[in-house]
Design a protein around this ligand. Structure first.
Ligand code: NAD
Length: 283
C-alpha cells in the first residue's frame, strides 16, 4: 500500500507558514498584501472556487478584493475592471477566474494583467521565464505538485517522469518543472499512441487529463510516485484521473482526490501572491 501524500495537511502547513510571513510583511511595510479576484457570470464551479480562494486569502491574513461582474458584461467592462486593478498600487495580485463566458475574449482580458501581478502564472512573460529557468510566478497547480514531490524526501534526479496532458496551465509547466528537478521527462497527450508502455516506464506519473480513473494499475510501474491532478465530477462524487483503489497497491506514493492536488493549488496561489508582493518591494 502506497504512502498517501496528504494535500490537505501539506497545504495547511504552507498556509500556516504563510500566515507568519504575511503578518511580518504587514508589520514591516504597514500594509496588507492584497489579492483581487474577478468572477464574471454565475458558473457554479467557479463560484465555489472563488469562495474557497477568498476564504483562504483571508485565513493567511491577506486582504481579498472580490469583483462579481454579470454574465452579460461586455469585453470593455471586464477589461476596464482588470485595468483599474492593474493600475492600483495597493493590489499585489490579480486573478481572473476562468473560464470567462463564451462571448468574451479570454486572452485579451488576461493580457491586461501586468506580469508582476499574474498570480496564476499564465502570462506569456512568466511562462517564458519558467522555460528559461528564471525566477518567476509558476502556475499554481504544477507548483503545488512540486511541493508534494518534495514532501516525499525522494531524490528525483535522473528519474523517468511521465506527464499525461499538455495543457498550458498544467501539463506543459509541469513538464518544465520536472525537467528542473533533473527528471527525464516525457509528455503524453491525446495523440500519443503507446501511452500504456510509456507510462509503465515512469518513476513519476503526473496525470492531468480530465478523464475519471484513466490511469489504471496495469499502466503503473511498481514503486512509482503517482500524482493525480484530475478533478472529475461523476455521479459518485469527485474522482481523479487515476484509479486510486487499484494503483495505491502498486505505487510507493500516491495523491488522493479529493484532498490531494486541489488544496495545494489554493495554497500556491497564496504563496504566489506573497511572492509577488515581496518582488514589488525588491524592485
Ligand atoms: P485540458 O482539458 O486543458 O487538458 C487535458 C489534456 O489531456 C490535453 O492535453 C489532452 O491532450 C490530454 N488528453 C485528453 N485525452 C487523452 C487521452 N485519451 N490520452 C492521453 N491524453 C489525453 O485539462 P487541464 O486544464 O490540464 O486539466 C486536467 C485535469 O486536471 C482536469 O480534470 C481538471 O479539472 C484538473 N485540474 C485540477 C486542478 C487542481 O487544482 N487539482 C487544476 C487544474 C486542472
Amino acid at each position: 500500500m502506497a504512502n498517501i501524500i496528504d494535500g490537505k495537511a501539506l497545504s495547511q502547513k504552507i498556509k500556516d507558514d504563510l500566515k507568519v510571513k504575511v503578518d511580518a510583511f504587514e508589520q514591516k511595510y504597514n500594509r496588507k498584501i492584497t489579492l483581487a479576484v474577478i468572477l464574471v457570470g454565475e458558473n457554479p464551479a467557479s463560484q465555489v472556487y472563488v469562495k474557497n480562494k477568498i476564504k483562504a486569502t483571508e485565513y493567511v491574513g491577506m486582504k481579498s478584493l472580490a469583483f462579481y461582474l454579470p454574465e452579460n458584461s461586455t469585453q470593455q467592462e471586464v477589461e476596464d475592471a482588470v485595468r483599474s486593478l492593474a493600475a492600483d498600487d495597493a493590489v499585489d495580485g490579480i486573478l481572473v477566474q476562468l473560464p470567462l463566458p463564451k462571448h468574451l475574449n479570454e486572452n485579451a482580458v488576461l493580457d491586461i494583467i501586468p506580469a508582476e501581478k499574474d498570480v496564476d502564472g499564465f502570462l506569456a512573460e512568466n511562462v517564458g521565464k519558467l522555460t528559461l529557468g528564471l525566477p518567476t510566478t509558476i502556475a499554481c497547480t504544477p507548483f503545488g505538485v512540486t511541493k508534494m514531490l518534495e514532501s516525499t524526501g525522494l531524490n528525483f534526479s535522473g528519474k523517468n517522469a511521465v506527464v499525461i496532458g499538455r495543457s498550458n496551465i498544467v501539463g506543459k509547466p509541469m513538464a518544465l518543472l520536472l525537467l528542473q528537478m533533473n527528471c527525464t521527462v516525457t509528455v503524453c497527450h491525446s495523440k500519443t499512441t503507446n501511452l500504456k508502455e510509456i507510462c509503465k516506464q515512469a518513476d513519476v506519473v503526473v496525470a492531468a487529463i480530465g478523464r475519471p480513473k484513466f490511469v489504471t494499475a496495469d499502466m503503473v510501474k511498481e514503486g512509482a510516485v503517482v500524482i493525480d491532478v484530475g478533478i472529475n465530477r461523476t455521479e459518485n462524487g469527485l474522482v481523479g484521473d487515476v484509479d486510486f483503489d487499484a494503483v495505491k497497491d502498486i505505487a510507493s506514493y500516491i495523491t488522493p482526490v479529493p484532498g490531494g492536488v486541489g488544496p495545494m493549488t489554493i495554497a500556491m496561489l497564496l504563496e504566489n501572491t506573497y511572492l509577488c508582493a515581496e518582488r514589488k518591494i525588491n524592485v
